[in-house]
Design a protein around this ligand. Structure first.
Ligand SMILES: Cc1ncc(COP(=O)(O)O)c(C=O)c1O
Length: 481
């Protein structure tokens, strides 16, 4: 049989042509982002169905495939990389990281074990140490790059579980273990507990106060009740920037409770953590280094592409103790702190070289531009709250603690279902204008709208356009009544 493998090894010219064809479209795409709609899902389901096909037996030329991707498929989506994306938690996608990924993917070096590529493992270790520095952790801290915040939270719960078992706080048969978090926690926390083997009956979503911060009095009472019932409290998961409204729990108070009760304290700072780089955020997050572990998502606050999360731990040995495993076919691994073996301190053996996409942008520009980006988002959120208050009929439900705020059309005398219906229409009208895209949530049983500002491409001009659309949509929605 004639071998066809030569196509798997393109020549230098073929590689240059492929990259040039992709680059041309990538640059055109990025340059047109401000003019693109913030969301365009009309006909997207039918388009998706038209893509489904059986395993190709024959090849197709690159250009038409790229045309289909950039011309049809990419546009029919939420424009998560655009300046008008104010929904959920906006992501990043700086170009420099894409260049790093291209390099990482092509050299395809193995960074799970120090001995396989010491210099590159050092690069990822440096990136992790820089992240530790950002949250205020000391020299004994370390961490791992993950695919995102959910896996970081999962790894945190497992690390906490193993550490507390070792400390004799949690029995080896840990089904009576209890995890405490707030009713504002990201759903990945409860999911992480379930995946780590804690039954749903062992997860306490403690109520939050009027500023969406966990109520410390309720937390302390629940811990005492659980102990009295013979259960084994072992973990508190604090919010350092909730998804709903960016609320930051009282981290110092939670650390004091955790210390008194011998519980592990994990801080979910997936969204909020990088605001430690700002003046105001630094004050709000001053208690962050008191946590035993911290989830931080560079694919949120640090503008990196999706697939870049991390888990940091205050004491590096805790990760190793939870994840170490031997195998005859692996090389001997040094125990020291200098020669890091990521496979020993994380659930993964083989994985992408994630560190390069953190390292390259920071080496190219330093941390300064990222600090300015985050300061800008805090200022824009304050501006948004002030401007929303001036729109007739609009009520600000949650002022920004960081860069997220929640608002709605005031219920007036309406029944709760009618007020929710009104606000659903309000949201649809704003999003239909296509300049910004917002997502809703439920706060105190009310349907409310959120503005989440985190994209490095969002600046005052786009926010003001969004506020114009909100003002117009509010007037139209109320006029319909
Ligand atoms: C506070 C918080 N924690 C965890 C997560 C989960 O992170 P990821 O989506 O990267 O898995 C998110 C995602 O938005 C979040 O906002």
């Amino acid at each position: 049989m004639k071998r066809r493998t030569h196509v798997l090894e393109p020549t230098g010219d073929e590689m240059r042509r492929m990259i040039a064809a992709a680059t041309e479209r990538i640059v055109a795409h990025i340059e047109s982002l401000p003019a693109q709609r913030a969301s365009d899902l009309e006909g997207a389901d039918a388009l998706a169905r038209s893509v489904a096909e059986p395993l190709p037996r024959e090849g197709a030329p690159l250009e038409p495939l790229l045309d289909r991707l950039f011309g049809e498929l990419v546009p029919k989506s939420l424009n998560t990389a655009g300046p008008g994306y104010f929904a959920y938690i906006p992501g990043g996608g700086i170009f420099h990281a894409a260049v790093a990924d291209l390099i990482a993917d092509t050299v395809n070096r193995y960074i799970g074990i120090w001995a396989a590529a010491p210099g590159l493992v050092q690069i990822e270790s440096d990136a992790v140490r820089w992240l530790c520095e950002i949250v205020g952790y000391g020299a004994d801290a370390f961490g791992i790059m993950t695919s995102g915040g959910s896996i970081a939270n999962l790894t945190a719960v497992i690390t906490a579980r193993e550490d507390r078992i070792r400390a004799g706080i949690l029995p080896r048969r840990f089904f009576d273990g209890v995890v405490y978090t707030s009713d504002q926690a990201h759903h990945s926390v409860a999911k992480a507990a379930a995946l780590a083997g804690v039954p749903a009956s062992g997860v306490r979503a403690i109520e939050s106060d009027g500023a969406q911060r966990v109520r410390l009095d309720v937390l302390e009472r629940r811990i005492a009740e659980d102990r009295a019932a013979g259960l084994a409290p072992f973990l508190i998961v604090a919010n350092a920037g909730t998804t709903n409204t960016g609320a930051v729990d009282d981290l110092a108070a939670l650390a004091a409770i955790a210390a008194r009760e011998s519980l592990w304290l994990h801080a979910d700072a997936a969204y909020g953590g990088f605001f430690a780089l700002t003046e105001e955020g630094g004050r709000l997050l001053a208690g962050l280094p008191l946590a035993d572990s911290i989830t931080l998502d560079p694919h949120k606050g640090l503008c990196l592409p999706y697939g870049t999360g991390c888990l940091l731990v205050k004491h590096r040995d805790t990760l190793r103790r939870a994840h170490h495993a031997d195998a005859a076919y692996l090389p001997a691994m040094a125990e020291g702190d200098e020669q890091i073996n990521f496979s020993e301190i994380s659930p993964e053996l083989t994985r992408a070289f994630r560190g390069l996409r953190v390292w390259l942008p920071l080496k190219l520009h330093g941390i300064g531009p990222f600090c300015d980006h985050l300061e800008e988002k805090l200022a824009l959120a304050r501006l948004a709250a002030a401007e929303l208050r001036a729109i007739p009929g609009v009520e600000v439900v949650a002022d920004p603690q960081l860069s997220i705020l929640a608002f709605c059309l005031a219920a007036g005398g309406r029944a709760p279902e009618d007020a929710d219906r009104l606000n659903r229409r309000f949201l649809e009208r704003i999003n239909a204008r296509g300049r910004v895209y917002l997502s809703p949530t439920i706060l105190s049983d009310r349907f409310v709208l959120r503005i989440a500002l985190l994209s490095f491409r969002t600046h005052e001009e786009r926010l003001r356009q969004g506020l114009e659309d909100i003002r117009a949509a509010a007037a139209e929605t109320l006029a319909d009544e």
